[in-house]
Design a protein around this ligand. Structure first.
Ligand code: GLN
Length: 501
């Protein structure tokens, strides 16, 4: 009974923190009523978990931060939400995000931008982005409003906000967590991810939400899950203490992941981490993933193409808020009704992606853009398969070996690189689509996260140890290191993260 009281009071406490901090942070867009009947003896009992607002919940609205779905409540729960509740978690509320998951700074939202909770007492001009698109989920965890949060990661939307907010963010292997009830952005890339302040909580949640779901056609079959798990466990027994996992581990450092735009301090932090891993017995291997420089362009063509198709359903008739026609509109032209609903309900960034994607799929551009981007995606996958010691059990290409490439480095177990090229940007310097921003500066934020997305690989961002102040006494902002593994080695990367923590 006593434990029940303490769990209950934790849930009450989190709701109080939300009342106090949310007006400034803007992480939550809906908060749930606390149900006193929450069972107290289940594996996730006592955990308050927030859910990104593009994941369906029957008790709270699901807006995807879009005017298009502002009044929408799903008639059913996403599989991942059902699993959380069945295991005793308290779904504390829904979190702000970039509209339909499109963005890197959580500034494209009908609910307004999310503010990074770190150092929020500073002047408004000093406010920083929480990252995106799962910015609300990351900020909610970082501000102590909940224990953990679900996000979605199509090209980095869990790992980038985790890096900016100084918390842990896991994008599991593609197909391990069901996407049933998750609003599609780009199906071939979309993954549900987990954000938490420590690795153990991340693992605890992951273990209870990863299972085969026949309702999601891309859900990984049980036999493939088992095969990858058995293989991983054979080589890396997880029962041993966390620091032992590092001893003898071969860690690859991809040479292409240090672009000129990267801040030198980040490279320093990674060097410190590498030195620590060496003392724990890891072998550090410089590796090359030559197709990395094309990954970002390939990602934005493919993701936009899939988005243009997925978002076609929001026409105001089948789905989405219908905007009545202008009296001057020729009502016989259905297209005008659609156009009005879509122009008024979708934000600028979403419209930009729909146009880009529609163009890439048009007869004239299909070969040069869409097919070319798909070829690049295969090259990126081949790069990964070439460096990892384990085969990709999920992929259709069987452990590709390129005869023409002389591989002078032995295979590696995991890859390690910075999660982002910089720390959280100021909100005032964030470019906005409505200001006619044509630069690619916000897209460049994703340069280090999209390759693992294209490969469907598990990737986890963990905060690097950064001194609070630099030599000049200036506050240092957090930044993450990413651990990336072969498909299905999620347990291994969680164990490596636990050892680094
Ligand atoms: N920033 C990327 C995009 O806008 C990634 C978003 C995501 O992972 N959902 O597409």
């Amino acid at each position: 009974f006593r434990t029940h009281i303490s769990w209950y009071s934790t849930h009450v406490h989190h709701r109080e923190v939300i009342s106090a901090k949310n007006p400034a942070v803007n992480a939550f867009v809906h908060v749930s009523e606390l149900s006193p009947s929450t069972a107290n003896n289940l594996p996730l009992s006592g955990l308050s978990v927030a859910v990104k607002d593009n994941i369906a919940t029957s008790r709270l609205p699901t807006t995807c931060s879009s005017a298009m779905l502002q009044n929408f409540t799903s008639p059913f729960d996403a599989t991942v939400v059902k699993l959380l509740e069945q295991n005793g978690a308290d779904i504390i509320g829904k979190t702000n995000c970039d509209e339909f998951g499109m963005g890197s700074l959580n500034i494209h939202s009908v609910h307004g931008p999310v503010k990074n909770p770190i150092g929020l007492s500073q002047a408004p001009a000093e406010e920083r982005s929480a990252g995106g698109s799962s910015g609300g989920s990351a900020a909610a965890v970082a501000a102590g409003m909940c224990h953990a949060a679900l996000g979605t990661d199509t090209g980095g939307s869990v790992r980038l906000p985790a890096s900016y907010c100084g918390i842990v963010g896991l994008k599991p292997s593609y197909g391990l967590i069901s996407r049933w009830g998750v609003v599609s952005y780009a199906d071939s890339l979309d993954c549900v991810g987990i954000l938490a302040s420590d690795v153990d909580t991340t693992r605890r949640i992951f273990e209870h939400v990863t299972s085969y779901d026949s309702r999601d056609p891309t859900s990984a079959l049980q036999e493939i899950r088992d095969k990858a798990r058995r293989h991983t466990e054979e080589f890396f027994p997880f029962s041993q203490p966390p620091d032992r996992i590092i001893n003898g581990l071969r860690i690859g450092i991809p040479q292409e992941y240090f672009p000129s735009e990267m801040s030198p301090a980040i490279i320093e932090h990674l060097r410190t981490l590498i030195a620590l891993l060496k003392t724990q017995g890891a072998t550090i291997v410089p590796v090359s993933l030559p197709s990395t420089s094309y990954a970002l362009s390939s990602y934005y063509v493919l993701a936009s193409a899939e988005a243009s198709s997925n978002l076609a359903r929001y026409d105001g008739v089948q789905y989405g808020s219908y905007v009545p026609p202008d009296p001057d509109t020729d009502l016989t032209k259905t297209s005008k009704v659609y156009a009005r609903t879509r122009s008024l309900n979708f934000g600028e960034e979403v419209q930009k992606r729909i146009l880009l994607g529609t163009y890439a799929l048009s007869a004239d551009a299909f070969d040069n853009y869409f097919l070319q981007a798909r070829r690049v995606r295969q090259l990126v996958k081949n790069d990964f398969n070439r460096v990892f010691s384990m085969p990709n059990y999920f992929s259709d290409s069987i452990n590709y070996v390129d005869e023409n490439t002389s591989d002078d480095h032995p295979p590696v177990d995991v890859l390690l690189h910075p999660s982002a090229i910089r720390t959280a940007p100021l909100l005032t310097e964030s470019p906005s689509a409505s200001e006619g921003d044509t630069s690619l500066s916000s897209y460049v934020q994703d340069v280090l996260t999209v390759p693992a997305s294209l490969g469907g690989l598990p990737a986890l961002s963990i905060p690097m140890k950064v001194p609070q102040k630099d030599n000049d006494g200036k506050v240092q902002w957090p930044v993450g290191a990413s651990i990336v593994g072969q498909w299905g080695t999620d347990d291994l990367i969680l164990s490596v993260a636990r050892a680094i923590e």
